[in-house]
Design a protein. Structure first.
Lengths: 150, 150
């Protein structure tokens, strides 16, 4: 585990790449779909065939959740990563069974928080790719980081 | 199940309320945390006590996933609800074990898709409340709906 980071340790242009890929299995796609996004194309191969996705595809919210896990594994914030809001998520290609996804995180901005004393806000872009280096998702997400000087 | 909706059935100001509340258990918080957001305050009551959240709290991505399920249950789009991107998510209060959350969806805009022939884009705001009617999340999400005239 790399050393934990305070707000002051973040800077614009800093990058964090996921340490490996995450394989997204048909089982995980269906299990997540049943719980949180119960639509035919997230539940069943055959039903997916006749749909917009022309096959089984991961819920975008499953992809977003896997990307959160990568963020936690990749960016060690002192006290944990506390979300401060999402500015954008785009799902640019379906994630299919057995796709292996990875993420690249770049710091776009750092600023003090006006509402949370002792914290700064780190603004990040995350690009998510499959094993063919096709972009499947991108997002802009903010999180809090405690100030060393607080 | 209400009748399925085409793009032409959506209009600005239209609302869809979740049919009931979803109880968020400590078990679900921990299970989701272990899989997708493995941080102490999503995994363990005692570890959560010493954290920013002062106790166990749901991952914001779990809340977002539950809200997606409510969206599927509440807004019956012909062919299924295909995400066309998120413009904003804000988590305004922690979701705690045994909180019961509900959602109110309002259509903010409708427009034809320039990239997806035969589809329109429905822009929606979702407000999410707990059992004390405190807002815990809000979001602006777009989805595709097929055109009846296509």
């Amino acid at each position: 585990m790399p050393k934990e980071l305070y707000f002051e340790d973040f800077y614009v242009g800093q990058t964090f790449n996921s340490l490996g890929g995450a394989k997204v299995t048909a089982e995980e796609i269906k299990e997540f779909g049943q719980k949180y996004d119960p639509q035919p194309f997230h539940l069943d191969e055959a039903a997916g065939e006749g749909s917009f996705f022309k096959g089984l595809a991961a819920s975008g919210w499953l992809t977003a959740a896997i990307v959160m896990r990568m963020r936690v594994q990749t960016v060690p914030v002192v006290g944990g990563m506390i979300g401060a809001g999402v500015e954008e998520i785009r799902w640019t290609l379906p994630v299919r069974p057995n796709d292996i996804i990875r993420s690249e995180i770049e710091v776009l901005g750092v600023r003090q928080s006006s509402s949370r004393k002792g914290f700064g806000i780190v603004r990040t872009r995350t690009l998510v790719y499959n094993q063919r280096n096709e972009q499947v998702m991108r997002s802009v997400v903010n999180f809090l980081a405690p100030m060393k000087t607080a």
